[in-house]
Design a protein around this ligand. Sequence first.
Ligand code: 5AD
Ligand code: SF4
Length: 420
Amino acid sequence: MNVRDSEHMIAELNSKEPYELTQELKEADLIIINTCSVREKPVSKLFSEIGVFNKYKKKNAKIGVTGCTASHLGKEIIKRAPSVDFVLGARNISKITEVVEKKHAVEIDINYDDSTYTFGEYRSNTFKAMVNISMGCDKSCTFCIVPATRGDEVSIPSNLIVGEIQKAVDAGAKEVMLLGQNVNNYGKYFTADQESCDFTELLQKISRVEGLERIRFTSPHPLHMDDAFLEEFANNPKICKQIHVPLQSGSTSLLKDMKRGYSKEWFLNRCEKIRTLCPEATISTDIIVGFPGESDENFEDTMDVLEQVRFEQLFSFKYSPRPHTKAAEFENQISNEIASKRLTRLQARHMEILDEVMDAQMDREHRVYFDELKAGGKISGRSDDGKLFFVEGSEELLGKIVNVKVTKTSRGALEGIVCA
Ligand code: 5AD
Ligand code: SF4
């Protein structure tokens, strides 16, 4: 989502202001640091980065801080780092051209509605287009700062989404990645005139776009994975068979404390349904260890879900207390030592599972969409189920979907040869 926000800002600056992108820090007249704040680490990194930019930047170059850390720290950023020229919250990206010329502007209204705003055109990759379908989040998971930085949930009208996808397809994209905090809650909140349309119906509308071959989306919420949605996922040939199902914890009692709205059993039932309807699908997840009050037994529940679902991809984190969240006030915080041990054990077991999953890919064939040239005469792309492939080849494969046979496996990527 941050990558797409950055593209939107670049597009606005390109089309309405005399700015163009540079890879050279010393050439830049404007430096924008687009930030995350979901865990503590990126926040502290922000201030050290401002220091580095100050040291190497052109004398009069401006520095802007945007994104979620901008939303939650606001003018505090300018107080701590007076060299920062403007602060623009995650929900206020469309105002970039207004703030860029205003010294010490701070725009962080979390309920600013730009769900019908039409941004300028800029995409870092012409073959794959990211498209926002909603903004904000209507949940209140007790560990998560996002509702405080991205505000209330609003869905973007479906005709605007379809129009944007059509434009991207006309410009060469065969694949689209739909973005939202809870994509499968799409359609609950519209601010513009719009007939009712839920996520399953949106997927059906999007798959009618001619020339579009692949649809991905992130992130869906396990709570909203009803049967109709999972059947659409399994049966619609344009939908890539890769799905993110963020677990957070395998313990029903901890899930309650997290306010996730589902139980261990519901989660397992949804994953089983995905595996049954669509055995070729890969499932990825997010897990937090060391959430306040997490007992050994609670953690064993998480390990048990890992064992049963065998996620093909795992994003795992130590719990990080965040401002504006309920869990930061909980009394029974877990020591860093215990959280580290649990994280190490979880990741080590996942590595074993991943080795088995990837080894089993040897000699298999996948449809790979090639989208990036690499050094040494290689080209990379992804299979329908999201695996990263490297193959010997050049421009003639760019933007093509071809059959590839796996010749070498590793945890992170597969190598292969193009089948005749
Ligand atoms: N501490 C650790 N991880 C967190 N996440 C969100 N908030 C926190 C937090 N306070 C993780 C969740 C979420 C992912 C994007 O980041 O797993 O799904
Ligand atoms: Fe955060 Fe929960 Fe909303 Fe996801 S659903 S953005 S974890 S509050």
